[in-house]
Design a protein around this ligand. Structure first.
Ligand SMILES: N[C@@H](CCC(=O)N[C@@H](CS)C(=O)NCC(=O)O)C(=O)O
Length: 201
C-alpha cells in the first residue's frame, strides 16, 4: 500500500493507523499547492479532488476519504483491534465518532489554514469548535480513548486534528481532558514513528 500525505495533515491519522497495524506500506508526500507528488507525479491523476489522504491499495485501486481509509486499515489488521467487528453496535458507535471528528472538528479547523478564509467564516468556525470541543472534552473526562476501552482509529484521527491547535493558535487550555488525551496518545510508539517519518519531530 502507498499513502499519499502532507506532513501533519489529516493524512497523519492514516499514517498512525498503518503504524499501529504493522502493515507493509510506503508514503509519498504531496505538494498541495502545486498538486505534485514528491516523485513528480500529477496528484490529480491519483485523487482528482486534489486533497490528501489517498491510499493506493496493493491491487492498484485508489481509496480516498479519511474515514474510509481509517476503517479499511483497521479491517486489514484485525489483530491490532483498532475497530470493533463490522456490523456490531460498537462499530457504529465508532463510526459516529469518526463522522463527528471529520465533519464537526476537522472541517471547522479548515478556515484557520486558509489565508483567504475571512473573519466571518473564522468566527463561525471558532464558535462551532468551542461547542464541539467542549462536548468532546466532557466525553473524555472519564475515559482514555474516544470509543471503547482501547485505542481505535478514532483516537488516531482526534489526536491528529487536535495537534493542529498549536499550528493555528486555537488554544486547548479551556479543555484539560483534551490536553490530557493529546499527551497520552502522543506517547504511543506508532505516533512517534509516524511523526518522525513526516519530519515533525
Ligand atoms: N473529505 C476529505 C478532506 C481531506 C482534507 O481536508 N485534506 C486536507 C488536508 S487535512 C487537504 O488536502 N487540503 C488541501 C486541499 O483541499 O486542496 C477527507 O476526509 O479525506
Amino acid at each position: 500500500m502507498k499513502l499519499y500525505l502532507k506532513p501533519g495533515s489529516c493524512a497523519m491519522a492514516a499514517h498512525i493507523a498503518l503504524e499501529e497495524a504493522e502493515l507493509t506500506y510506503e508514503i509519498e508526500t504531496v505538494d498541495l499547492a502545486t498538486k505534485q507528488t514528491a516523485s513528480g507525479e500529477d496528484y490529480l491523476t491519483i485523487n482528482p479532488n486534489g486533497y490528501v489522504p489517498a491510499l493506493v491499495l496493493d491491487d492498484g485501486e485508489v481509496m480516498t476519504e479519511a474515514v474510509a481509509i481509517l476503517l479499511y486499515i483497521a479491517n486489514q489488521a484485525p489483530e491490532a483491534e483498532m475497530a470493533p467487528s463490522p456490523g456490531s453496535k460498537a462499530y457504529f458507535e465508532l463510526l459516529s465518532h469518526l463522522v463527528f471528528i471529520t465533519t464537526e472538528l476537522h472541517k471547522n479547523f479548515s478556515p484557520f489554514f486558509k489565508p483567504n478564509s475571512g473573519d466571518t467564516w473564522r468566527a463561525i468556525a471558532q464558535k462551532n469548535l468551542n461547542a464541539r470541543l467542549s462536548l468532546m472534552n466532557k466525553h473524555l473526562a472519564s475515559r482514555d480513548y474516544v470509543a471503547g476501552e482501547r485505542f481505535s482509529v478514532a483516537d488516531a484521527y482526534l489526536f491528529t486534528v487536535l495537534s493542529w491547535s498549536r499550528v493555528v493558535h486555537v488554544s486547548l487550555s479551556p479543555w484539560p481532558h483534551l490536553q490530557r488525551f493529546v499527551a497520552h496518545i502522543a506517547e504511543r510508539e506508532s505516533v512517534q514513528r509516524a511523526m518522525q517519518a513526516e519530519g515533525l519531530k
